[in-house]
Design a protein around this ligand. Structure first.
Ligand code: SAH
Length: 350
């Protein structure tokens, strides 16, 4: 097992059989060895710096009906909201004053927020905060729309691929949604010049180790700038309400593997990880993550943007909690930085 972890650290890839062996032979000793390797690789590229992103959940209206997601259009119990342009700009102002230099606008696929409206918000943020990165995470759009976002001043785009196995994707989504289109979107985003993020849930219904291995191979080949990985957590008003939640340990294990596969990737310690596990985000950092995304949305939005049950909304998941996050990370030897925290290309590293 340790030999395979060393091999992965040296070669950045293993065969599917070797990955499967790693997943099937997890134990405390091997896991700690893996985390130590992943932590070392992260330190080589990013030191002990943890980048923070101010997350603004700008709408929970969504035209899609993903079986796992609490804001799916079929959930008639969801209490819907959308922030106005002014409210989004207010979040940015408060975030900027608190030291955030990246704003992440995440939302459902809200028909009100057309590409033109999104461009208008992005242009305003770009003008007010020329030194900040603007990340969008608003779902699937045409290549033309993505180009317009980029030209308006957006710098990054997060679009989790959700699963690299087409047949698994079809078990998580209704037939109106297409794995091929999602993959096409990711390709377009990267070609346009966005720092592009993909990602997946761990323990989503019907997922096997082979599906996670497909995700790892996809990440190796696609070389995204960012990868968001969190455990699946059921939401009571979805078709997956009674499905088993994902494992925090398996999430950490996968995160550490991703760090070894793609050493300079930006890896957030996700809210879902913090929700499912006590000190989940700190554990994520120790397993190779280097990004935290505190939620800087207004508190009403925070409670309504419920993708899954019991979402962490207090403590370090807030603007006021930035100090506590700082202390918590300091206590494990890491420091938050006021920095855009861009992806570091390999050639600049040496
Ligand atoms: N509409 C945007 C943003 C989606 S929400 C888009 O399509 O990209 C961000 C991510 O939350 C999703 O990509 C999904 O991976 C995750 N998510 C949704 N429901 C979840 C659940 N029940 N448990 C854990 N993660 C979930």
């Amino acid at each position: 097992m340790k030999r395979l972890i060393d091999k992965l650290a040296n070669e950045n890839i293993l065969s599917p059989e070797e990955f499967l062996y790693l997943f099937e032979n997890q134990n405390t000793e091997n896991t700690l060895y893996l985390f130590k390797k992943a932590d070392g690789v992260r330190k080589k590229y990013y030191g002990n710096k943890v980048y923070i992103r101010g997350l603004i959940e700008f709408t929970n209206y969504c035209k899609n009906n993903c079986y796992y997601c609490g804001i799916r259009c079929g959930n008639k119990n969801a209490s819907r909201y959308r922030l106005s342009e002014e409210e989004i700009l207010m979040c940015c102002k408060m975030g900027y004053d608190a030291g955030f230099r990246t704003f992440v606008l995440q939302g459902g696929e809200d028909p009100y927020y057309t590409a033109d409206k999104i461009c208008s918000v992005v242009e305003k943020i770009r003008k007010l905060y020329p030194d900040c990165a603007i990340t969008l995470s608003a779902g699937e759009f045409s290549r033309k729309d993505y180009e317009a976002f980029f030209n308006a001043g957006a710098t990054r785009y997060l679009l989790r691929h959700e699963t690299a196995s087409k047949n698994h994707y079809e078990k998580l989504h209704p037939k109106e949604m297409s794995w091929d289109n999602r993959m096409e979107c990711l390709k377009n985003l990267k070609e346009i010049g966005f720092q592009t993020g993909c990602g997946m849930m761990i323990g989503s219904p019907y997922q096997t180790y082979n599906d996670i291995i497909n995700d790892l191979i996809f990440i190796h080949d696609f070389k995204p700038h960012m990868v968001g990985i969190g455990p699946f957590i059921p939401h009571h008003d979805t078709p997956f309400a009674s499905m088993e939640k994902g494992s925090g340990n398996l999430t950490l294990f996968t995160v550490a593997l991703v760090r070894l596969i793609h050493p300079n990737v930006l890896l957030p310690a996700t809210t879902a990880l913090g929700t499912i596990m006590e000190n989940g985000r700190e554990m994520g950092i120790l397993a190779g993550c280097n990004v935290c995304m505190p939620n800087i949305s207004p508190s009403d939005a925070k409670t309504k943007y419920t993708l899954y049950d019991n979402k962490l909304i207090t403590g370090a998941e807030s603007l006021s909690g930035k100090e506590s996050l700082k202390e918590r990370l300091n206590s494990i030897g890491y420091e938050i930085v006021t920095d855009r925290g861009d992806f570091k290309e390999y050639p600049n590293m040496f």
